[in-house]
Design a binder for this molecule. Sequence first.
Ligand code: ZN
Length: 251
Amino acid sequence: MRILILSDIHANLEALEACLEAAPSYDRVVNLGDVVGYGASPNEVIEQSRKLGGPIVRGNHDKACSGVTSIDGFNPVAGMAVLWTRTMLARENLHWLHELPQGPLTLEDVPNVQFVHGSPLDEDEYLINLVEALEPLEETEIPLTFFGHTHIQGGFLLNGEDAAVLRPVYKAPKSKEEFELKLKKEPKYLINPGSVGQPRDNDWRAAFAVYDNDARIVTYCRVPYDVEAAQERIIQAELPERLAARLAHGR
Ligand code: ZN
């Protein structure tokens, strides 16, 4: 089984479409959350995500945009985007967002793998560096976790006493690229497919991953997309300009 793993689309329709067009073949889709927030196409991205199917884990922006939580703890720019998204969402989409399940989620036919937004221990926790990743790596019984939230493609592994950061290596920053990671038997892994709609790892290209459960290979992917069109929509929507500017830099 090949699983297309999407995370942190953040209402960026242009980035999502580019990922779907570029994705190698897959049997099903798992979405790690933050479907909306920041970007200017929340309804379109929700409708596309619903069509792709699930499971879909809820993210912190999904919760705030649908009123599950307040905007407390959001920085002013993110909070403005949440309030804008709330006013734009069609009733049905708002309801759908409100009902998204909390991670970790699992798939019946894919054992020993779990899917979360932040951390297996806390859905809202950021696992940015190895120190932060150690506790969930040690605590979780499940050997392979896919997570999002940080918008940084890569992940972490723990093998006995040894721990390491995983980062795909790319050579052509303006083209579509893939990087394969063959999973070994012994380590526990936390794997981040990166953010479709607002990368923050200094690479502006949309990010996602495909996991081949039989071959035990994670294929990280980066695809160029029409950043200017996504920026233009943000400007037209009168969302904070910073949300448009950052897309060009991937941070
Ligand atoms: Zn996010």
